[in-house]
Ligand binder design. Structure first.
Ligand SMILES: [Zn+2]
Length: 192
């Protein structure tokens, strides 16, 4: 039975690397994968890219994209797709998560979503919340805190060496940086 997976983690937990490794595993077996990435992720430019330097082409999803229709059109073209992999899934709309769920149940194609659980303001992303509600399988991709050796659970936004706790939850690129932190270091970051 195909499943909807949500593999979540903090920034710097190698989510995109994990996605590309999974895509590579399918491809070495002669299987086809469909990679999707939200258009709002301005770093993406039609690719899933990792900090380690790997990249793979992905289809861009904007707010109006119906992913179910997109997948159906691939099937109409006889594209055989064995797995759908979604990067930065926290940036999707909740309706997109419903559409991915529908693909799993209608076509029996597994869908693996990679993304952040909570924003730097300590709120669940809407799409991540929907994934917690709908996914068959949840898996945490782990990494260590930037400041100590505890497991990182949250994302800290830093601008000009100061922690930022308020603002727009969807905020990427620019001068700010985000680091993975444990909750204690989120509240008390030892920024040099
Ligand atoms: Zn820590």
């Amino acid at each position: 039975m195909a499943k909807l997976f949500f593999k979540y983690g903090t920034v710097f937990s190698a989510k995109s690397l994990n996605l590309i490794a999974t895509a590579h595993n399918y491809q070495t077996q002669g299987k086809e994968v469909l990679l999707l990435i939200p258009k709002i992720d301005t770093r993406s430019d039609g690719y899933v890219a990792t900090r380690a330097g790997f990249k793979m082409p992905a289809e861009l999803i904007d707010d109006d994209t119906d992913i179910f229709d997109l997948y159906a059109s691939h099937r109409d073209k006889k594209d055989n797709i064995d797995c759908i992999l979604v990067d930065e899934c926290q940036m999707l709309k909740t309706k997109h998560i419903d559409q991915l769920r529908e693909i799993v149940d209608t076509y029996g194609t597994p869908v693996i979503c990679y993304g952040l659980r909570v924003s730097y303001t300590l709120e669940l992303f809407d799409a991540s919340k929907r994934l917690f509600e709908l996914a068959d399988k949840l898996e945490e991709i782990k990494t260590v805190c930037w400041f100590c050796n505890n497991k990182a659970t949250h994302n800290l936004k830093i601008v000009d060496d100061k922690p930022i706790y308020e603002g727009d939850s969807i905020d990427i690129g620019g001068l700010e940086k985000f680091v993975p932190v444990c909750y204690h270091c989120y509240k008390n970051p030892k920024i040099e």
